[in-house]
Structures are given as C-alpha cells and as structure tokens.
Design a protein around this ligand. Sequence first.
Ligand SMILES: [Zn+2]
Length: 406
Amino acid sequence: MKTAIVNIGKILTGDLANPVAAGDTIVMNGGTIVAVGNGGGGGGGGVNGGAGVNGSDVVIDAGGTMAMPGLIDSHVHIAFGDYTPRQKTVGFLESYVHGGVTACISASEVHVPGRPRDPAGVKALAIAAHKSFENLRPGGMRVHAGSVILEPGLTQVDFGEMAAAGVWLAKAGFGAFETPFDYAPLVAMARAHNMVTMVHTGGSSIPGSTGIWADHLLKIRPHVSYHVNGGPIAMPDADFPRLVNESDIAMQVCTAGNLRTTLLVARLLTEAKQLERLLIATDTPTGSGIMPLGLLYTMSHLASLAGVAPELTVAMAAGNNARVYRLNNGVIATGRDADVVLVDACSGGSQSDALSALRNGDILGIGAVVTAGMPRFVGRSRNTPEPIRRVRVAECTLPASFGAEH
Ligand SMILES: [Zn+2]
C-alpha cells in the first residue's frame, strides 16, 4: 500500500539533532517512509521521481497542518488485549492513537490480575505478552509488550530462554527484594542478553515497596530511569543532578508524576547539553487514570514552562524514545517506519499553528494519524479539539474513507 501526504505546512522530524525537515510532502510505501520533500511541481525535493506521489492508493491533503512522527509512549501499563484491569476499561490503547500515540512500550504486565511472582511465572508472562501483541495492533498502534518483572530467583538460563523467545524488555521495581540494590545483578543479566532495562524511580507506587533514589540507580545502572520525576512521588531534589552528572541513564519524565521535578529535569539536562537523554511518557493507566492526550500535555508543559523549543518536545516524545528503545519509528525520514501524525493549533484558541500552540501551553489538534503506512483516521481526532486547518482525503482508490467527512 502506498500513501502520500501533501500540502504539509512544516515537517517536524522527531530527530532532536535536526528537528525540522524541508518539504511539504511525505510518501510511504509498504509501511516505510520512502520520500520526504517537495511534492508540488518544481519544488526540487526529489519526491516527484520514482517514489513520487503518483500511483498512491491514498493521498491525504494536510491543508497546511504540520506533520510529526507518531509519538511513542515509553511507559504504558498494558495487560492483555486492549484492556486495562487497573481502570477496568476496554479500548484505551485505541483511544491513545487518537492522541497521536502510534507505539507504546510496556512498563511490565504488572497489572495482570493475580500476576505470578515466581521465576517460571514472570518468565511465562513476559513471553506470552510479547507474543500476543505481535498479533494485535489496537487502533493501528504497535505495542511492544513482554517486559519481564525482575523477581528473585531468575537465572542466566531464564534470561537466555526469554531472549530466545523474543523478550527484550526488563523492569525492576516490583520484585520481592530486600533492598533495591539487589536488582543490580539481575539488571546486569538482562543487559547481557541485550535487553533494554528500566528501573522504577522515586517513591513507592505499590504499598510496601520501598523508595528508589539516585544511590540505587547509580548502582543498578539501567538504560532508563522510569518516571524519574516520580511515579507519582519524586525522589529528593538533590538526587537529580547526581543522575545527570554521574551517569548516562536516560531520564524519563511522565505525565502522571511530579510536574515541578519534570521541569527540574529539563533544566538540568538543558544545562548539561544532554537533552537526548530526556524521554517523555505517561505512566498510565494507573491510579492516575487513562491519559490519551498525556504526551501532548507534557510536551506543552516543557515548551511553555521549561523553555524547551516546541519542536524538541516532539523529539523527546518520539525520536528520543526510539533511540533508547532501538525502534525504527519516531523519526520522519526515508527508511523509517511510516507512522505520521498531522497536527495544528486547536480551533477557538489564540494560536495559529502547532508550534506556537505548544509554546503557549496548549495541546495540539490532531487531524490525521497514519501507522504502518495506513491511515487510521483523517479529519479530526475524537479526543482532541478540532484543528484550525482542514485535513482531508484528496484521493483514495480503496473502499475506505478513514472516518473523513466528505
Ligand atoms: Zn509505571
């Protein structure tokens, strides 16, 4: 399937080092972005060649809205299927697609009712979750599931079996250990099997579990400090500069956390010139609820309150997550996965485009979401206010309207 988006106002790439690309057209084929450039006659961007707009199954007219990569929520509490036991709600992942989220990463399947705690059980749970979401894309979203909950008794052999079955995520924070320092050898084992490792940070989110602060993280050495701003309770302020200066751990800030320390993390990483370490996620569904627009809120908080350039907040919620989690989406460039979202300022507000809206502290109006090269809806999101500009299906050879008004 070939899909083209034309008449784009500005292309926000999601790449922190190069956050805006020239051009007004994106062409996708077979689930991959094959061209980014100028599609209109004589633009010289190279799109009109073999990989041009001609021959597309679907052409979306962006109407001057901006394009950004599909957002990656790197902290979502999935269980099985599109259902959250914590909030007893069906269809939440599909709802997140209407917030511009085209991929999510499991923060471990800890909410599965009666979840197992022994090595055989957590191993089976991770493998089953990983394999089941390989066959399921709720609303078109890609779910990276099967994040093994580190528990005492897991061995090198266990990690080898899990890795062979495709498990590549490991989560520390809910295990039955005496102290958080006891996670260190298990995180090292997971790393040895090429897994991406995450450690719960801050106060306990589960009754009886202990706080995890900088001393623990510096000893455990995960790839990612999960909700470094607190999930939902933050560690002491003095611990934040230690993580910035004494480690290269990625620092994930979550919507369902402490906003003041989110802004602190942004300031510290800006001063250290290491904004590539800042990852935006939601840490939902939890007791804080379901937040389909959570990433958009945290992006607007960083752009309006922490002085972060709005196009960089797109990168923090997309390309930065993709780099740390080794994913091929999250950036608009040829060869990357065809996950693209069209955004604008919301109608009825004071701002004129997506970037000024974020800077103003507003969320974005979403006009279309494409995942794996397939439009999932075109026109308006059911969860955001309406974009100012009109996004529409200009051409379509398929028996589908993608929810667009005609
Ligand atoms: Zn969490």
